[in-house]
Design a protein around this ligand. Structure first.
Ligand SMILES: [Zn+2]
Ligand SMILES: [Zn+2]
Length: 268
């Protein structure tokens, strides 16, 4: 496994420059992972498959789904790509490089755990600020256009929000200057996590069933269902920030009511 990864990386660094890999490589890797992981949920919703695992009974219209995809392509080329190009000198300055040797798995895992914790913390406070009246009305309401989220809505947001909350994603790598492979792994995991949080389905195999601190789709779907002043559940990945600051009370109440209802059903 390690030798396959090493050969692949050797091929990349001998055929492409550091700039090409860090900017264009990152951009196309992001596009590939994002659309490949998000599009299946559109087809599931349209076909009505696995509907017993769907969190909300409401479906999005094909026009609403297509509007989301068109805007995403526009923003990815118009906002994400320029940000990747402009932030390249900062990442280089902080020590990011793509050359061999590859970092050890200990370093990779430690950095990625740190990025997840830091991102969740910064995202929580940034997201709470976006739920204040003016910012919600003029910026964050775009992301909340979809009260019934599906995977691709995870990145559907006002360009100002893409820049504002994107900061939470890149602050960790920006201050630690990781190897490009670590940065790519972080990006892939973060995309899969946010697509999962917005997918609209809670499966028996969903990660949140096995990781108690992980929020997942049920946790974030609740955030999209309610009015902006009452929503709560502001974290991106974990549940402890909302628990610590008491912004998950409504969600916990609902969960308790549901589990009591399920218990009653079993007794009958
Ligand atoms: Zn929100
Ligand atoms: Zn969301």
């Amino acid at each position: 496994m390690a030798s396959i990864l090493l050969s692949c990386w050797l091929y990349l660094v001998t055929h492409f420059s550091d700039f090409q890999l860090a900017c264009l490589g990152s951009f196309f890797l992001h596009e590939g992972v994002f659309f490949l992981s998000g599009l299946p949920f559109i087809f599931l919703e349209r076909a009505g498959w696995l509907s017993k695992y769907k969190i909300q009974s409401k479906n999005n219209s094909p026009a609403a789904q297509e509007k989301c995809i068109t805007r995403l392509i526009l923003y990815h080329f118009g906002v994400n790509l320029p940000v990747m190009l402009l932030s390249y000198p900062i990442f280089r300055h902080m020590g990011m490089q793509s050359s061999l040797p590859l970092p050890s798995w200990k370093v990779v895992v430690t950095q990625i755990i740190f990025y997840f914790i830091l991102e969740d913390f910064v995202f929580y406070w940034g997201h709470r600020i976006l739920h204040t009246k003016w910012l919600y009305k003029h910026v964050h309401s775009v992301h909340h256009e979809y009260a019934t989220p599906f995977g691709l809505t995870s990145e559907y947001a006002h360009p100002a929000e893409i820049l504002f909350l994107g900061f939470a994603t890149i602050i960790g790598p920006a201050i630690t200057g990781p190897h490009l492979m670590t940065l790519w792994l972080w990006m892939v995991l973060r995309v899969l996590e946010t697509v999962d949080a917005h997918c609209g389905y809670h499966f028996p195999w969903s990660l949140s069933n096995f990781l108690p601190l992980y929020g997942g789709s049920d946790f974030h779907d609740y955030h999209h269902r309610l009015l902006y002043t009452k929503s709560g559940n502001y974290s991106s990945t974990f549940v402890y920030m909302d628990w610590l600051f008491g912004t998950d009370k409504g969600y916990r109440k609902l969960k308790a009511l549901k589990s009591n209802g399920d218990e009653d059903d079993k007794k009958m």
